[in-house]
Write a protein that binds this ligand. Structure first.
Ligand code: OSB
Ligand code: MG
Length: 378
Protein backbone atom coordinates (compact mmCIF):
# COMPACT_ATOMS: atom_id res chain seq x y z
CA UNK A 1 0.00 0.00 0.00
CA UNK A 2 1.13 3.51 -0.82
CA UNK A 3 -0.34 6.80 0.38
CA UNK A 4 -0.47 9.34 -2.44
CA UNK A 5 -2.29 12.32 -0.94
CA UNK A 6 -3.26 13.48 2.52
CA UNK A 7 -5.73 16.28 3.22
CA UNK A 8 -6.01 17.79 6.69
CA UNK A 9 -9.01 19.85 7.63
CA UNK A 10 -10.43 21.35 10.77
CA UNK A 11 -14.12 21.62 11.58
CA UNK A 12 -15.89 23.18 14.52
CA UNK A 13 -18.80 21.24 16.01
CA UNK A 14 -20.78 22.63 18.96
CA UNK A 15 -21.37 20.10 21.75
CA UNK A 16 -24.99 19.61 22.85
CA UNK A 17 -24.00 20.01 26.50
CA UNK A 18 -20.80 21.41 28.01
CA UNK A 19 -18.25 18.74 28.98
CA UNK A 20 -16.44 19.67 32.18
CA UNK A 21 -13.61 17.55 33.52
CA UNK A 22 -11.10 18.33 36.26
CA UNK A 23 -8.61 19.75 33.74
CA UNK A 24 -10.96 21.99 31.75
CA UNK A 25 -14.37 22.61 30.14
CA UNK A 26 -15.39 22.21 26.51
CA UNK A 27 -18.50 23.66 24.90
CA UNK A 28 -17.55 22.84 21.32
CA UNK A 29 -15.07 20.55 19.65
CA UNK A 30 -12.43 21.56 17.12
CA UNK A 31 -12.17 18.41 14.99
CA UNK A 32 -9.22 17.49 12.81
CA UNK A 33 -10.21 15.18 9.96
CA UNK A 34 -7.82 13.53 7.52
CA UNK A 35 -8.53 12.21 4.08
CA UNK A 36 -6.06 9.60 2.85
CA UNK A 37 -5.87 8.63 -0.81
CA UNK A 38 -3.85 5.95 -2.56
CA UNK A 39 -2.66 6.03 -6.19
CA UNK A 40 -5.74 4.10 -7.40
CA UNK A 41 -8.08 6.74 -6.04
CA UNK A 42 -9.24 4.72 -3.02
CA UNK A 43 -9.81 7.16 -0.20
CA UNK A 44 -10.67 6.97 3.49
CA UNK A 45 -11.33 9.44 6.30
CA UNK A 46 -9.73 9.37 9.70
CA UNK A 47 -9.70 11.67 12.73
CA UNK A 48 -6.96 13.07 14.91
CA UNK A 49 -8.35 13.15 18.46
CA UNK A 50 -5.97 15.74 19.93
CA UNK A 51 -7.92 18.23 22.03
CA UNK A 52 -7.82 22.01 21.90
CA UNK A 53 -5.78 22.50 25.08
CA UNK A 54 -2.67 20.60 26.26
CA UNK A 55 -4.55 19.30 29.31
CA UNK A 56 -4.67 15.61 28.45
CA UNK A 57 -1.36 14.24 27.14
CA UNK A 58 0.36 17.44 26.03
CA UNK A 59 -0.77 17.27 22.40
CA UNK A 60 -3.24 19.74 20.93
CA UNK A 61 -5.02 20.03 17.63
CA UNK A 62 -2.49 22.72 16.65
CA UNK A 63 0.61 20.71 17.57
CA UNK A 64 -0.90 17.73 15.77
CA UNK A 65 -1.37 19.77 12.62
CA UNK A 66 2.30 20.73 12.63
CA UNK A 67 3.44 17.20 13.43
CA UNK A 68 1.26 15.75 10.68
CA UNK A 69 2.35 18.20 8.03
CA UNK A 70 6.06 18.31 8.80
CA UNK A 71 6.99 14.90 10.15
CA UNK A 72 4.22 12.28 9.86
CA UNK A 73 3.12 12.90 6.28
CA UNK A 74 6.67 13.01 4.84
CA UNK A 75 7.45 9.63 6.40
CA UNK A 76 4.41 7.95 4.92
CA UNK A 77 3.53 9.66 1.62
CA UNK A 78 4.87 7.91 -1.46
CA UNK A 79 6.39 5.08 0.52
CA UNK A 80 5.52 1.41 0.04
CA UNK A 81 4.18 -0.48 3.07
CA UNK A 82 3.44 -4.20 2.79
CA UNK A 83 0.73 -3.91 5.46
CA UNK A 84 -0.55 -1.37 7.99
CA UNK A 85 1.39 -2.98 10.86
CA UNK A 86 4.55 -1.52 9.29
CA UNK A 87 3.37 2.05 9.91
CA UNK A 88 3.85 2.28 13.65
CA UNK A 89 7.54 1.28 13.74
CA UNK A 90 8.22 3.62 10.82
CA UNK A 91 6.56 6.48 12.70
CA UNK A 92 8.32 5.74 16.00
CA UNK A 93 11.86 5.56 14.67
CA UNK A 94 13.74 8.64 15.98
CA UNK A 95 10.42 10.46 16.33
CA UNK A 96 9.28 11.01 19.90
CA UNK A 97 5.79 11.73 21.09
CA UNK A 98 3.00 13.18 18.93
CA UNK A 99 1.16 9.88 19.31
CA UNK A 100 -2.25 11.29 18.41
CA UNK A 101 -0.89 12.83 15.22
CA UNK A 102 0.79 9.53 14.31
CA UNK A 103 -2.32 7.53 15.20
CA UNK A 104 -4.51 9.54 12.83
CA UNK A 105 -2.44 8.41 9.84
CA UNK A 106 -1.65 4.95 11.19
CA UNK A 107 -5.34 4.19 11.74
CA UNK A 108 -6.26 5.70 8.39
CA UNK A 109 -3.82 3.29 6.77
CA UNK A 110 -5.60 0.36 8.45
CA UNK A 111 -8.87 1.64 7.01
CA UNK A 112 -7.24 2.05 3.61
CA UNK A 113 -6.04 -1.57 3.78
CA UNK A 114 -9.57 -2.66 4.74
CA UNK A 115 -10.95 -0.80 1.69
CA UNK A 116 -8.35 -2.31 -0.60
CA UNK A 117 -9.11 -5.82 0.69
CA UNK A 118 -12.88 -5.30 0.69
CA UNK A 119 -13.29 -6.18 4.37
CA UNK A 120 -14.60 -4.27 7.36
CA UNK A 121 -12.10 -2.44 9.55
CA UNK A 122 -13.27 -4.48 12.55
CA UNK A 123 -12.57 -7.72 10.69
CA UNK A 124 -9.10 -6.56 9.63
CA UNK A 125 -8.25 -5.73 13.25
CA UNK A 126 -9.34 -9.17 14.45
CA UNK A 127 -12.68 -8.08 15.91
CA UNK A 128 -15.06 -10.83 16.96
CA UNK A 129 -18.11 -8.93 18.24
CA UNK A 130 -21.10 -7.92 16.11
CA UNK A 131 -22.09 -5.25 18.64
CA UNK A 132 -20.36 -3.46 21.50
CA UNK A 133 -21.57 -2.36 24.92
CA UNK A 134 -22.10 1.36 25.30
CA UNK A 135 -21.25 3.58 28.26
CA UNK A 136 -21.49 7.32 28.81
CA UNK A 137 -18.98 9.74 30.31
CA UNK A 138 -20.74 12.54 32.20
CA UNK A 139 -19.00 15.84 32.84
CA UNK A 140 -18.90 17.47 36.28
CA UNK A 141 -22.34 18.98 37.00
CA UNK A 142 -23.33 22.04 38.98
CA UNK A 143 -24.64 20.06 41.96
CA UNK A 144 -25.03 16.49 43.24
CA UNK A 145 -28.73 16.72 42.40
CA UNK A 146 -28.00 17.70 38.82
CA UNK A 147 -25.61 14.75 38.51
CA UNK A 148 -28.25 12.38 39.90
CA UNK A 149 -30.76 13.55 37.30
CA UNK A 150 -28.26 13.35 34.43
CA UNK A 151 -27.20 9.86 35.52
CA UNK A 152 -30.79 8.71 35.93
CA UNK A 153 -31.54 9.80 32.39
CA UNK A 154 -28.48 7.94 31.10
CA UNK A 155 -29.58 4.69 32.75
CA UNK A 156 -33.12 5.15 31.42
CA UNK A 157 -31.67 5.56 27.94
CA UNK A 158 -30.02 2.18 28.36
CA UNK A 159 -26.34 2.98 28.89
CA UNK A 160 -24.54 0.03 30.44
CA UNK A 161 -21.97 2.05 32.34
CA UNK A 162 -22.08 5.60 33.67
CA UNK A 163 -18.73 7.30 34.20
CA UNK A 164 -18.84 10.30 36.52
CA UNK A 165 -16.12 12.90 36.16
CA UNK A 166 -14.83 14.03 39.54
CA UNK A 167 -12.48 16.57 41.07
CA UNK A 168 -11.74 17.69 44.64
CA UNK A 169 -14.92 19.37 45.87
CA UNK A 170 -17.10 17.51 43.37
CA UNK A 171 -16.47 13.93 44.33
CA UNK A 172 -17.72 11.97 47.36
CA UNK A 173 -20.92 13.93 47.89
CA UNK A 174 -21.73 13.80 44.16
CA UNK A 175 -21.02 10.13 43.63
CA UNK A 176 -22.70 9.12 46.87
CA UNK A 177 -25.84 10.98 45.84
CA UNK A 178 -25.94 9.05 42.58
CA UNK A 179 -25.32 5.73 44.35
CA UNK A 180 -28.02 6.44 46.93
CA UNK A 181 -30.63 7.60 44.43
CA UNK A 182 -29.96 5.09 41.66
CA UNK A 183 -29.35 2.07 43.81
CA UNK A 184 -26.68 -0.53 44.50
CA UNK A 185 -26.90 -2.12 41.04
CA UNK A 186 -26.26 1.04 38.98
CA UNK A 187 -23.06 0.44 36.95
CA UNK A 188 -21.06 3.47 38.06
CA UNK A 189 -17.41 4.48 37.83
CA UNK A 190 -15.46 7.69 38.38
CA UNK A 191 -12.74 9.43 36.34
CA UNK A 192 -10.55 12.07 38.01
CA UNK A 193 -8.23 13.02 35.11
CA UNK A 194 -5.26 13.40 37.49
CA UNK A 195 -6.95 15.68 40.01
CA UNK A 196 -5.65 13.97 43.18
CA UNK A 197 -2.37 13.24 44.93
CA UNK A 198 -1.38 10.50 47.35
CA UNK A 199 -1.22 13.13 50.08
CA UNK A 200 -4.83 14.15 49.39
CA UNK A 201 -6.25 10.70 48.79
CA UNK A 202 -8.97 10.87 51.46
CA UNK A 203 -11.86 11.40 49.00
CA UNK A 204 -10.62 8.39 47.02
CA UNK A 205 -10.68 6.24 50.14
CA UNK A 206 -14.29 7.32 50.67
CA UNK A 207 -15.20 6.60 47.05
CA UNK A 208 -13.85 3.12 47.72
CA UNK A 209 -16.97 2.50 49.82
CA UNK A 210 -19.38 3.25 46.96
CA UNK A 211 -19.01 0.05 44.91
CA UNK A 212 -17.66 1.66 41.80
CA UNK A 213 -16.67 -0.60 38.90
CA UNK A 214 -13.36 1.25 38.86
CA UNK A 215 -11.71 4.61 39.49
CA UNK A 216 -9.94 6.00 36.43
CA UNK A 217 -6.62 7.87 36.51
CA UNK A 218 -6.88 9.55 39.92
CA UNK A 219 -3.20 10.58 40.09
CA UNK A 220 -0.67 12.26 37.80
CA UNK A 221 -1.05 11.83 34.05
CA UNK A 222 2.34 10.14 33.62
CA UNK A 223 2.52 8.23 36.92
CA UNK A 224 2.64 4.50 37.60
CA UNK A 225 4.45 4.28 40.95
CA UNK A 226 2.06 6.34 43.04
CA UNK A 227 -0.94 4.65 41.46
CA UNK A 228 0.56 1.37 42.71
CA UNK A 229 0.72 2.80 46.22
CA UNK A 230 -2.89 3.97 45.92
CA UNK A 231 -4.12 0.66 44.49
CA UNK A 232 -2.71 -1.08 47.57
CA UNK A 233 -5.04 1.09 49.69
CA UNK A 234 -8.18 0.58 47.55
CA UNK A 235 -10.34 -2.44 46.92
CA UNK A 236 -11.88 -0.70 43.90
CA UNK A 237 -9.84 -1.44 40.78
CA UNK A 238 -7.78 1.48 39.50
CA UNK A 239 -8.14 1.95 35.73
CA UNK A 240 -5.37 3.77 33.91
CA UNK A 241 -5.97 6.08 30.97
CA UNK A 242 -3.40 8.90 30.56
CA UNK A 243 -0.50 6.86 32.01
CA UNK A 244 -0.71 4.06 29.46
CA UNK A 245 0.99 5.44 26.37
CA UNK A 246 2.50 2.19 25.08
CA UNK A 247 2.76 -1.57 25.50
CA UNK A 248 5.81 -0.96 27.72
CA UNK A 249 3.74 1.18 30.10
CA UNK A 250 1.06 -1.52 30.19
CA UNK A 251 3.73 -4.07 31.16
CA UNK A 252 4.96 -1.75 33.90
CA UNK A 253 1.42 -1.27 35.18
CA UNK A 254 1.13 -5.03 35.65
CA UNK A 255 4.61 -5.37 37.18
CA UNK A 256 4.07 -2.53 39.64
CA UNK A 257 0.37 -3.35 40.19
CA UNK A 258 -0.52 0.27 39.44
CA UNK A 259 -3.98 -0.68 38.24
CA UNK A 260 -6.21 -3.59 37.26
CA UNK A 261 -7.97 -2.26 34.15
CA UNK A 262 -6.87 -0.26 31.09
CA UNK A 263 -8.88 2.27 29.12
CA UNK A 264 -7.44 1.98 25.60
CA UNK A 265 -7.74 5.04 23.38
CA UNK A 266 -6.02 4.28 20.11
CA UNK A 267 -5.04 7.92 19.64
CA UNK A 268 -3.20 7.99 22.96
CA UNK A 269 -0.96 5.02 22.12
CA UNK A 270 -0.13 5.85 18.49
CA UNK A 271 -2.82 3.84 16.73
CA UNK A 272 -4.08 0.31 16.20
CA UNK A 273 -0.82 -1.63 16.18
CA UNK A 274 -0.03 -0.46 19.72
CA UNK A 275 -3.69 -0.82 20.79
CA UNK A 276 -3.83 -4.43 19.61
CA UNK A 277 -0.49 -5.20 21.30
CA UNK A 278 -1.82 -3.79 24.60
CA UNK A 279 -5.11 -5.64 24.13
CA UNK A 280 -3.33 -8.96 23.51
CA UNK A 281 -0.92 -8.47 26.42
CA UNK A 282 -3.80 -7.62 28.78
CA UNK A 283 -5.81 -10.63 27.57
CA UNK A 284 -2.86 -12.89 28.43
CA UNK A 285 -2.54 -11.23 31.85
CA UNK A 286 -6.26 -11.37 32.70
CA UNK A 287 -6.52 -7.57 32.65
CA UNK A 288 -9.82 -6.30 31.19
CA UNK A 289 -9.69 -3.41 28.74
CA UNK A 290 -12.35 -1.09 27.36
CA UNK A 291 -12.35 1.60 24.71
CA UNK A 292 -12.18 5.21 25.85
CA UNK A 293 -13.25 8.27 23.89
CA UNK A 294 -12.05 11.80 23.16
CA UNK A 295 -15.38 13.35 22.10
CA UNK A 296 -14.83 12.11 18.56
CA UNK A 297 -17.00 12.94 15.58
CA UNK A 298 -18.64 10.03 13.81
CA UNK A 299 -15.40 9.44 11.90
CA UNK A 300 -13.19 8.80 14.93
CA UNK A 301 -16.05 6.85 16.51
CA UNK A 302 -15.94 4.33 13.65
CA UNK A 303 -12.35 3.51 14.58
CA UNK A 304 -13.22 3.11 18.26
CA UNK A 305 -16.16 0.82 17.49
CA UNK A 306 -13.99 -1.37 15.26
CA UNK A 307 -11.33 -1.65 17.98
CA UNK A 308 -13.90 -2.35 20.70
CA UNK A 309 -15.06 -5.42 18.74
CA UNK A 310 -11.87 -7.26 19.80
CA UNK A 311 -12.48 -10.03 22.34
CA UNK A 312 -10.81 -8.57 25.46
CA UNK A 313 -12.81 -5.33 25.30
CA UNK A 314 -14.99 -6.73 28.05
CA UNK A 315 -16.40 -3.56 29.63
CA UNK A 316 -18.68 -0.94 28.04
CA UNK A 317 -16.73 1.75 26.19
CA UNK A 318 -17.02 5.55 26.22
CA UNK A 319 -18.49 5.10 22.75
CA UNK A 320 -21.79 6.90 23.00
CA UNK A 321 -24.16 7.45 20.06
CA UNK A 322 -23.82 10.55 17.86
CA UNK A 323 -26.85 12.21 19.43
CA UNK A 324 -25.15 12.28 22.84
CA UNK A 325 -22.64 14.78 21.48
CA UNK A 326 -24.00 16.54 18.39
CA UNK A 327 -27.20 17.98 16.96
CA UNK A 328 -26.06 16.33 13.76
CA UNK A 329 -22.99 14.17 13.12
CA UNK A 330 -20.79 14.30 10.01
CA UNK A 331 -21.40 10.67 9.02
CA UNK A 332 -24.33 8.65 7.79
CA UNK A 333 -25.76 6.64 9.18
CA UNK A 334 -25.20 8.32 12.51
CA UNK A 335 -24.04 6.11 15.40
CA UNK A 336 -27.00 4.81 17.37
CA UNK A 337 -27.61 2.67 20.42
CA UNK A 338 -30.22 -0.07 20.90
CA UNK A 339 -30.64 -1.44 24.42
CA UNK A 340 -27.23 -0.16 25.37
CA UNK A 341 -25.49 -1.79 22.40
CA UNK A 342 -23.96 -0.33 19.24
CA UNK A 343 -23.75 -2.43 16.08
CA UNK A 344 -20.31 -2.98 14.56
CA UNK A 345 -20.60 -2.13 10.85
CA UNK A 346 -20.20 -5.11 8.52
CA UNK A 347 -19.55 -3.09 5.35
CA UNK A 348 -16.17 -2.46 3.79
CA UNK A 349 -13.77 -0.08 5.56
CA UNK A 350 -15.00 2.10 8.44
CA UNK A 351 -18.60 1.28 7.56
CA UNK A 352 -20.08 4.80 7.55
CA UNK A 353 -20.21 7.44 4.82
CA UNK A 354 -18.82 10.88 5.37
CA UNK A 355 -21.19 13.70 4.44
CA UNK A 356 -18.73 15.62 2.25
CA UNK A 357 -21.04 18.53 1.55
CA UNK A 358 -21.64 19.11 5.23
CA UNK A 359 -17.94 18.77 6.00
CA UNK A 360 -17.10 21.37 3.35
CA UNK A 361 -19.54 23.76 5.02
CA UNK A 362 -18.06 23.19 8.47
CA UNK A 363 -14.40 23.38 7.37
CA UNK A 364 -12.38 26.15 9.02
CA UNK A 365 -9.15 25.46 7.10
CA UNK A 366 -7.67 22.68 5.01
CA UNK A 367 -4.29 21.68 3.71
CA UNK A 368 -3.38 19.08 1.13
CA UNK A 369 -0.02 17.31 1.14
CA UNK A 370 1.02 15.03 -1.72
CA UNK A 371 3.82 12.50 -2.30
CA UNK A 372 6.91 14.27 -3.64
CA UNK A 373 6.38 17.38 -1.52
CA UNK A 374 9.01 17.42 1.18
CA UNK A 375 8.36 18.33 4.78
CA UNK A 376 10.90 19.20 7.42
CA UNK A 377 12.89 16.69 9.40
CA UNK A 378 13.24 14.04 6.77
O1 OSB B 1 -10.45 11.03 30.46
O2 OSB B 1 -11.62 9.72 29.28
C1 OSB B 1 -11.20 10.86 29.50
C2 OSB B 1 -12.75 13.32 27.03
C3 OSB B 1 -11.70 14.18 26.83
C4 OSB B 1 -10.52 13.97 27.53
C5 OSB B 1 -10.41 12.90 28.41
C6 OSB B 1 -11.46 12.02 28.60
C7 OSB B 1 -12.66 12.26 27.92
C8 OSB B 1 -13.86 11.45 28.09
C9 OSB B 1 -14.84 11.49 26.95
O3 OSB B 1 -14.13 10.86 29.11
C10 OSB B 1 -15.49 10.21 26.61
C11 OSB B 1 -16.28 10.33 25.34
O4 OSB B 1 -15.70 10.54 24.26
O5 OSB B 1 -17.50 10.22 25.42
MG1 MG C 1 -10.07 9.22 31.35
Amino acid sequence: MRLERLTLRELLLPLKEPFRISSGTQTSRRILLLELEDADGTSVWSECVAPEEPNYNGETIDTARIALEHWVAPRVLGRWFANPAELFPALQHNFRGHLMAKAAVEMGMWALAAEQQGVSLARLLGGTRTEVEVGISLGIQASPGALVERSRRALEEGYRKVKLKIEPGADVEYVRAVRTELGPKAPLMADANNAYSLEQAEPLLQLDQLDLIMIEQPLAWDDLRQHAELQRRLRTPVCLDESITSLERAREMVELESGRVINIKPGRVGGFTASIAIHDFCAAQGIPVWCGGMLESGVGRAYNVALASLPNFTKPGDISPSSRYWERDVVSPEWTMQKGMMAVPKGTGIGVEVDRERIEKLTVWQKRVAAGQRGRGR
